[in-house]
Design a protein around this ligand. Sequence first.
Ligand code: PEP
Length: 259
Amino acid sequence: MAATAKAPRIKALVAGNWKMNGLKASKKELAGLARRLAKGGRPACDVLVCPPATLVSLLKDEARGTRIAIGAQDCHAAASGAHTGDISAEMLKDAGAGFVIVGHSERRADHGETDAQVRAKAEAAWRAGLVAIVCIGETEAQRDAGETLKVIRSQLSGSLPKAATAKTTVIAYEPVWAIGTGRTPTSADVAKVHAAIRAALVKRYGAEGAAMRILYGGSVKPSNAAELMAVPNVNGALVGGASLKAEDFYGIISAYIKG
Ligand code: PEP
């Protein structure tokens, strides 16, 4: 593949992952975010909220006519069948999702999801017409052992299907030790890992890899968003805790509002 692909302009994506939080009343947070986005300057990024599956349809209705897209947090690899409690990518699409997160470290840890399963879920997302947000990231022990780049490269090659394109796929680099802890890597560390991800993507996918969005995730908040989002090869954020409150999430999106 062409390792010399020129760096294209990439529109950033700021995505909120509500995890297992939110009831019907939480639609007021989405409405609050929509109001802030309508009043403030136009952000130079796309905005996405991924609520629990129970709220996808409700929030899709609430988001109509706003700048907010709605996504989901996981899908089964099959389109339908005897999988009690699971939800397919087709069902999420039908409910109004445009994106789905796959391979989040909490799914890898809590449900033992492997790279191969994550890859199958990404393919399922495309089959249903969803964009797959594929998460990768090292644990603290792996980081301390100096294995970050090795882990990242291995997760990328195992979790990303061969046919990934910049339109169908987003990468989220989330160091596991930074998720929900208030700790973040230094900007220099983020730059090093994102550069390695970009190099791996370009090597495997050529121009598509050069254009693929690479999000940073892990304790992003209004106070550190501008610095993290300014790091080369950081094309947006995947945000957990700080996406639950409209004001905080807007504070992060503000990193992409000029003036
Ligand atoms: C996440 O779980 O995707 C995440 C980034 O969480 P937090 O922002 O709370 O660290």
